[in-house]
Design a protein around this ligand. Sequence first.
Ligand SMILES: NC(=O)c1ccc[n+]([C@@H]2O[C@H](COP(=O)([O-])OP(=O)(O)OC[C@H]3O[C@@H](n4cnc5c(N)ncnc54)[C@H](OP(=O)(O)O)[C@@H]3O)[C@@H](O)[C@H]2O)c1
Length: 229
Amino acid sequence: MPTHVITGAGSGIGAAVARRLHARGDEVVLHARDAGRAKELAAEFPGARTLVGDLSEPDRLSWALSHQSPPDRVDSLLHIAGVVDLGPVGDLTPKTWRHQLNVNLLAPAELTRLFLPQLRAARGHVLFVNSGAGLSAHAGWSAYAASKHGLKALADSLREEEHADGVRVTSVYPGRTAGPMQAKVHQQEGKEYDPARWIDPESVATTVLMCLDLPEDAEINDVTVRPGR
Ligand SMILES: NC(=O)c1ccc[n+]([C@@H]2O[C@H](COP(=O)([O-])OP(=O)(O)OC[C@H]3O[C@@H](n4cnc5c(N)ncnc54)[C@H](OP(=O)(O)O)[C@@H]3O)[C@@H](O)[C@H]2O)c1
């Protein structure tokens, strides 16, 4: 059975992906921000292993993982966790910038570095859930969009670097997807939130599984998913 390390499995898109992989009998190793959250995930996904580390502190991830038992085999590393905080550049403080850059960009880079030996050995797959904001930035979105533009650069460089070792790299760019993050975005935009207007996280999960399940002769580099309504 393939082994998938998944961040963000506690909510939204990450939870939908984790449920699908777990239901079909794949090994899932669920990353959680702290021990309490890891316990909740372990209860929700019987048989799943967990790893603990706060993505807002990428400098500490290496130390945190060295005190746990990371899996020996990793067929895919799915970077799905993320945070968003809107605001005009004139109002955004370094703290707000740093938090989004840490969780959305530096932590994925660091986790990738830490799991690359296993990924190379398995000729595995690194998949980044990016965002439409990783391709174009709009007013009010600077810090989040910068973190996601950076995530695109990370994925593109990694793909070139690791191609010879057979590691495949995919970026998925969803548009607005229903869930807690989108509810927060609407609140910050001062708009009414209607989840039925936006992509179902299950549809993004379907896209992620399609990328993972493609046979080894091919790799999906980038895929954009937009609301269909
Ligand atoms: N929702 C959208 O409209 C949309 C659109 C485009 C792209 N995306 C991207 O899709 C991904 C998933 O979004 P979503 O809508 O599923 O978001 P979500 O429901 O808010 O879930 C975010 C996940 O990230 C985890 N997380 C946040 N900060 C963390 C930290 N410091 N350490 C460890 N884990 C942390 C959360 O952990 P807890 O469960 O412990 O809170 C949660 O599981 C994100 O990368 C987002 O940028 C979302």
